[in-house]
Write a protein that binds this ligand. Structure first.
Ligand SMILES: Cc1cc2nc3c(=O)[nH]c(=O)nc-3n(C[C@H](O)[C@H](O)[C@H](O)COP(=O)(O)OP(=O)(O)OC[C@H]3O[C@@H](n4cnc5c(N)ncnc54)[C@H](O)[C@@H]3O)c2cc1C
Length: 469
């Protein structure tokens, strides 16, 4: 039961002189055919499809907003920025069709249009030739390791390449930057914790083309008015209970009992779409406990961290043409990878990514310290004359209690096939969706969206589940 409704029940009880101080937990459970846990892209996609098929569905969301890891934010009344996902990377026909139907304004970002500054004052435009050369040199070693030494970390492979003189044409700090940009930012994890094998799950099944979702590079669709335009559309007319934290899912009986911090719910089936970080931390108790096979996959999967820092300046002082600005240094991580958000927002805004352990360390600092650290990096390259930011926004996805990380990644303990196990239903009563439960398009909104549709279609396909139109 929602907080608002519980309040109403209490008010009526007191007004007619019965009951006393009952709480929402004392009242009868709200019932629907399906309960969806989480109102992110996956949860909303599944609820939308079920509702459209005439199946009653309630969505329980812990936060006071929908969207989950899509989070469009009004930045000082001047423009919208996305604190979670920003782009549709590559080609994803289903989501692109929705974008076209909604006539959303889009801007393309070319991630390969990148200018890298180095500490000796030089710059290097990343061109196709450099990308191809690095892909061949590093890619060959990574794929060889994936086959012969699957758990070798990306960092150990790169260290070995230095020893073998394979990277001698590049500076050490440039390769540190490339490692931060192409591995750590991509996987939201430190290169010591990503095994070579992680790349195998990105490959399409034999005979299939390398899309959708694999062409991370030139085609990246951003939304100047925010990604939440999509999730808001999906949510239209749905029964969504905000501020409702699911604590326990009991599937031992005929129906499923869902206990929240604000009352109980009952359903024939529950679809769990909470982030992998939330599952790993055991924030939802399952009764009976999840099968060992499922729990094992949850334990083995990584929950990576990618954070964003947005800085709004009085005017643009950086190069206007590149989409991505790199600032290399002898150390990996830190504020190395920046996006020229002027191109998307039309405002003098820069956005920095931090990732892996470096992101976790930075997010523990206070706001002033984080902004100062980022400004120190920028001043090191643009000089002391650059202006102070007039506004900022910082994300802390690692400590966010309803995310506990930014997205899943294939960690050293992860096994091929774990995502398929994460997607398996438990006794056809507890279903799982969300970005971690899909191959190749994991860690992406289109992937999350597809998993929501997948689980809704699973239910719609069940004979025992006639629609209730
Ligand atoms: C900084 C950042 C940048 C990203 N950039 C991109 C990008 O550019 N492009 C891209 O495609 N993807 C990107 N991603 C990944 C993308 O945002 C996610 O893959 C996707 O949004 C996940 O959707 P989901 O529905 O699986 O999970 P979520 O959106 O996290 O939805 C799960 C919901 O469950 C709720 N919840 C958690 N615990 C409970 C509980 N106990 N009870 C009830 N509700 C609960 C959460 O509040 C949340 O709303 C980015 C992510 C981050 C963090």
């Amino acid at each position: 039961m929602s907080r608002a409704r519980a309040g109403l029940v209490l008010f009526i009880a007191l007004a007619i002189g019965i009951g006393g101080c009952g709480s929402s937990g004392d009242s009868e459970a709200d019932r629907s055919s399906v309960v969806v846990v989480g109102a992110g892209a996956a949860g909303l996609a599944s609820a939308r499809r079920l509702a459209d098929a005439g199946i009653s569905v309630i969505v329980l969301e812990a936060r006071n907003r929908i969207g989950g890891r899509t989070w469009s934010y009004d930045f000082g009344g001047e423009t919208t920025i996305d604190l979670g996902a920003s782009w549709i990377h590559g080609t994803h026909p289903e989501l692109e069709q929705l974008v076209a139907e909604l006539s959303l304004e889009t801007v393309n970002t070319d991630f390969t249009n990148m200018l890298v500054h180095d500490t000796s004052g030089g710059t290097r435009q990343i061109d196709d030739e450099t990308v191809a050369d690095l892909e061949i040199r590093i890619g060959t070693r990574v794929i060889a390791a994936a086959i012969n030494d699957a758990k070798a970390s990306i960092q150990s492979i790169i260290d070995r390449m230095w020893q073998d003189n394979v990277l001698a044409d590049y500076s050490f700090e440039f390769i540190q930057y490339i490692t931060t940009m192409f591995f750590e930012t991509e996987f939201a994890a430190s290169s010591e914790t990503i095994p070579a094998q992680a790349f195998l799950e990105l490959l399409p099944p034999a005979g299939e083309p390398t899309e959708p979702g694999d062409d991370l590079g030139a085609k990246n669709t951003a939304f100047p008015h925010g990604y939440n335009q999509i999730t808001d559309h999906l949510a239209t007319g749905l029964d969504i209970r905000l501020n409702t934290v699911v604590q326990r899912i009991d599937y031992s009986g005929e129906s499923v009992q869902i206990t929240t911090d604000d009352g109980s719910y009952e359903a024939d089936v529950v679809i769990v779409t909470v982030p992998i970080g939330v599952l790993k931390a055991g924030r939802i108790a399952f009764s009976p406990a999840l099968p060992e096979r499922k729990q094992g996959a949850i334990d083995r999967m990584g929950s990576g961290v990618l954070n964003k820092l947005y800085l709004r300046f009085p005017h643009v002082f950086w190069e206007q043409e590149p989409d991505v600005l790199g600032f290399s240094a002898p150390e990996r991580g830190g504020f190395a990878v920046w996006h020229n958000m002027e191109k998307i927002t039309g405002q003098p805004i820069l956005m920095a990514f931090t990732s892996g352990q470096s992101a976790i360390d930075i997010e523990r600092l206070n706001d002033a310290e984080i902004v100062a650290l980022a400004m120190e990096r920028l001043r090191g390259f643009y000089g002391d004359g650059i202006p102070e930011p007039i506004d900022y926004q910082i994300t802390r996805w690692h400590s966010d209690p309803f995310s506990l990380g930014s997205y899943s990644y294939f960690a050293l303990a992860t096994e091929l096939g774990d995502r398929a196990i994460l997607a398996e239903p438990v006794v056809d009563k507890v279903l799982f969706a969300g970005e971690a439960t899909i191959d190749r398009a994991f860690a992406q909104v289109p992937g999350a969206y597809m998993t929501g549709l997948r689980e809704a279609d699973r239910i719609i396909g069940w004979e025992r589940f006639p629609s209730q139109r």
